[in-house]
Design a protein around this ligand. Structure first.
Ligand code: AMP
Ligand code: ZN
Length: 138
């Protein structure tokens, strides 16, 4: 897509610090890293989000994400890593070309994960039922 910045990176129209490329997937450094080495893994074809990705392409993105994670451990001495993906505007997606964030983590690096809450009494059972029904179960 002409007006998609990640498609422009794939086609070479925009520069990027590429770290790994396969025939269908590209990994490059996020321009605004959470930690040094923060990498984005994208399909070369334009798909907007996880729900649009063909299964085999999602599998390939997972494989490349794992390779990147191992490289972050080896080259940058990451002690761990987070895998993240923002899907749709409500979840904070800003670039509408599917991408997985591979974020290297270090002990006591100060990053906070999502704040967590509690279910009101009975709600956990209700929500579980709603999801099972949506998934075709009971
Ligand atoms: P999100 O859509 O919220 O998952 O975020 C998009 C990510 O793309 C952000 O972390 C940006 O820093 C990153 N980003 C945007 N433009 C570029 C670019 N030209 N090169 C590398 N990373 C980018
Ligand atoms: Zn695109």
């Amino acid at each position: 897509m002409a007006d998609c910045i990640f498609c422009r990176i794939v086609s070479g129209g925009l520069p990027a610090a590429k770290v790994l490329e396969t025939p269908r997937v590209l990994a490059f450094l996020d321009i605004a890293p959470v930690n040094y080495g923060h990498t984005l893994v994208i399909p070369k074809e334009h798909h907007e989000n996880l729900l649009d990705l063909p299964d085999d392409l999602w599998t390939e993105i997972g494989r490349v994400s794992r390779q990147v994670a191992r490289a972050l451990q080896k080259a940058l001495y990451a002690r761990g890593f987070n895998i993240g993906m923002n899907n749709f505007e409500a979840a904070g997606q800003e670039v509408f070309h599917a991408h997985v964030h591979v974020i290297p983590r270090h002990t006591h690096d100060g990053l906070q994960l999502f704040p967590q809450g509690v279910y009101q009494p009975g709600d956990m059972e209700k929500v579980g039922l709603q999801l099972r029904q949506a998934l075709g179960g009971r």
